[in-house]
Design a protein around this ligand. Structure first.
Ligand code: FSO
Ligand code: SF4
Length: 586
């Protein structure tokens, strides 16, 4: 197993279809809009996720529970990372690319995603490290004869000595801190920033498997540095936004290589939703390395391990399933139901990656965090020492009897789906398969997300539904039957397995000698946080048309930018399931 050892005080944690920006620009206007102009820099302002307050922005406290203090620390961290990135860009011009800086930048960006790190002291650490790496890089650049041309104050900013001072300092660096920026420019800057956050999270996961690409690190630094370049116009920013999508595809590919290299290609696997009599540990989030660590730490102790949320697809990885007979089943649904579900779980819980919610007092002592995720008052563990988690599982009652429930099928990554490609192609040719829907993305609180449940229910019997990410919990128990032995509902995996879905689509284009927009394939996407933004940018980069996006459009997209996306990609806000199916199927 590839272990990582993350101290809270010390880093190091461990196409041809592409669309060019200039082709899209004529539709962008430069007029100012009233968009989000009510934010003032004395308050927090965050609108990076779908559940943002009133569809505009969280200004007093995050709907996610993020405090103004943490919001300000995150804003300051992003600002210092821009300085670090400017230095790293200058470094590459004199052939310096620093592994610690590269990994740190992505890990620190990951910490600012929705529902990841809520601990203000963690941000104090990250801020010190960010500025220290920046100053070290500046010295190295100068020693190598290089120069740093930018005059951005992010290169010289000095931190206040302690966390409270830094939080006050961060108030000056919010998303709306410069009221004079043209709203459409700001919209694209923020699309780039949030896309880089998502891509950085996947890059960080992949790096744990030692799957890295200098090209992606170079882009993260160039992209963040570009946010400090006030001269960039629409064309350059849109180019960077699309490039972010391209680089995110590579990040997801690296993570896929890491996961499949370590645990094998996913295979179709039945996963019990019931429970087994015995002590229990629940692992939530996305991180397979952390899950493996839990399985190792709990082996031989008469504990059964269950997945929660986005770890459901882990059951499809043969090398995890074969090695650990106590890796039992799946419990619960998506992240937003965790308070109820964790409360009812009779064992210990480990939260990896995103999406943690503030725990209820009733289960606070049973939940632990690891990796980038953190919550004040919750014990943070290195995955090299999970003894407290195991001990807590042994101290709790666990399940007192077997509780049978249905099984569901997972494990339809590209390898498994392409293994039945001949049947799929034959099905399309003889008309038994009429359409493919990729219904994927995030789940969330809003009732309007029931659209996705109804959409899948109403898909015609001659269609295949591919799904990925936590949005699948809106319909994962539906019995859609099969077509010629191929299940109609195929679980491709986690959100990062969007890469697998792209490989499936590319294989179909070859089989039918068409491009991706010539396939009977529609994308029905639900978004919530910044990884989903990055995945959406990847789809745009691939030139995929006819994407239905919901449950609401990002607050950071201005009407003019939306106009470009609608005109060039037919990016369509979701309507009603019946209406959208009618539009798609004609
Ligand atoms: Fe969901 Fe959360 Fe996986 Fe996201 S658990 S919402 S897009 O973090 O990453 O799909
Ligand atoms: Fe609000 Fe989302 Fe930002 Fe949290 S992450 S403060 S919910 S916009």
């Amino acid at each position: 197993m590839k272990k990582k050892d993350i101290s809270r005080r010390n880093f190091l944690k461990k196409s041809t279809l592409a669309m060019t920006a200039s082709a899209l620009l004529p539709a962008i206007f430069t007029s100012k809009t009233a968009f989000a102009s009510d934010a003032d820099k004395t308050k927090m302002f965050c609108y990076q996720c779908e559940q943002t307050m009133g569809g505009k922005g969280c200004t007093t406290i995050g709907v996610c529970g993020k405090t103004p203090e943490v919001a300000a620390l995150q804003d300051l961290l992003i600002y210092t990372l821009k300085g670090l990135s400017l230095a790293a860009v200058a470094g590459r011009k004199v052939n310096i690319s620093d592994k610690e800086t590269n990994r740190f930048t992505c890990m620190a960006m990951f910490a600012t995603l929705t529902n990841v790190e809520f601990d203000p002291y963690r941000f104090e650490d990250l801020l010190f490290q960010s500025v220290s790496l920046r100053d070290k890089m500046i010295k190295q650049v100068r020693a190598a004869g290089g120069t740093i041309d930018s005059k951005s104050p992010s290169l010289t900013l000095k931190l206040k000595p302690a966390m409270a001072g830094m939080a006050a300092q961060g108030m000056d660096y919010g998303l709306m801190s410069d009221p004079d920026v043209n709203p459409d420019i700001r919209s694209l800057q923020h699309m780039l920033l949030f896309g880089i956050k998502g891509m950085a999270a996947y890059t960080d996961h992949a790096a744990e498997h030692d799957q890295e690409d200098e090209g992606n690190y170079e882009f993260v630094h160039r992209g963040l540095a570009a946010l400090e370049d006030k001269s960039l116009g629409m064309e350059q920013l849109l180019g960077l936004v699309l490039e972010c999508g391209e680089k995110n595809l590579r990040a997801m590919e690296l993570l896929s290589l890491g996961n499949t290299g370590a645990y094998g290609n996913p295979v179709p696997t039945k996963v019990p939703l019931g429970s087994k009599k015995g002590k229990a540990i629940l692992v939530s989030g996305h991180d397979l390395i952390d899950l493996e660590a839990v399985l190792e730490a709990s082996a031989g102790k008469e504990i059964f391990v269950y997945t929660h949320g986005e770890l459901l697809p882990a059951h499809g990885y043969p090398k995890l399933k074969e090695r650990f007979p106590h890796f039992y089943g799946h419990y619960g649904t998506a992240w937003q139901n965790q308070k109820k579900e964790f409360d009812a779980f009779p064992g210990a819980i480990l939260m990896t990656s995103n999406c943690i919610q503030k725990p209820k007092q009733s289960y606070k002592k049973n939940i632990f965090t690891t990796g980038t995720v953190g919550m004040p008052g919750v014990t943070h563990l290195s995955n090299t020492n999970l003894v407290p988690l195991v001990d807590q599982a042994l101290a709790l009652p666990g399940y007192t009897q077997d509780t049978p429930d249905m099984d569901i099928l997972v494990g339809f990554g590209h390898d498994a789906v392409l293994g039945v490609a001949d049947k799929i192609v034959a099905g399309v040719k003889d008309g038994s398969i009429g359409h493919f829907f990729l219904v994927g993305g995030c789940d969330g609180v809003k009732k309007s997300r029931n659209y996705y449940t109804e959409f899948v229910e109403k898909t015609p019997a001659n269609s295949i539904v591919l799904t990925l990410a936590c949005g699948k919990f809106k319909f994962f128990k539906q019995q859609l039957g099969d077509i010629n032995g191929i299940p109609r509902l195929l679980d491709v995996g986690q959100c990062n397995d969007a890469h697998s879905a792209v490989l499936i689509a590319v294989a179909l284009t070859k089989a039918f000698d068409t491009d991706v927009n010539g396939l009977p394939l529609s994308f029905i996407i639900s978004w919530y946080e910044q990884k989903a933004v990055a995945v959406l940018l990847s789809l745009l980069h691939l030139g995929i048309n006819d994407i239905y996006l919901g449950p609401s459009l990002p607050a950071f997209v201005t009407p003019n930018v939306l106009d470009v996306l609608v005109k060039n990609y037919k990016l369509t806000p979701i309507g009603t399931p019946e209406g959208d199916l009618k539009k798609i199927l004609g």
